[in-house]
Design a protein around this ligand. Structure first.
Ligand code: SF4
Length: 76
């Protein structure tokens, strides 16, 4: 698994707690960081591939990632 994209992560050094909001409504702070992150795409694919259950990855909450997986299954 190539994780070299992590070296360019905009969240490096930030408080990880903001990426683990208690609800989707509290995910805005994390999403703002993700939306200016140069590795948003690889990060999201990493989380989708691992079926990551917790946190905001690639600008998406767990619920949003599940939606993406469902959409991809439908169009596959
Ligand atoms: S997309 Fe978000 S969670 Fe992923 S590396 Fe970038 S800032 Fe971190």
């Amino acid at each position: 698994m190539n994780l070299s994209w992590r070296t360019n992560a905009a969240c490096r050094g930030l408080d990880p707690e903001i990426f683990y909001p208690v609800s989707d409504e509290d995910a805005e702070a994390a999403k703002e960081v993700c939306n200016r992150c140069p590795v948003q795409g690889p990060c999201l694919e990493h989380a989708l591939g691992l079926r990551e259950k917790e946190g905001v990855w690639g600008g998406c909450t767990e619920r949003e990632r599940r939606r993406i997986i469902r959409q991809r299954r439908r169009t596959a």
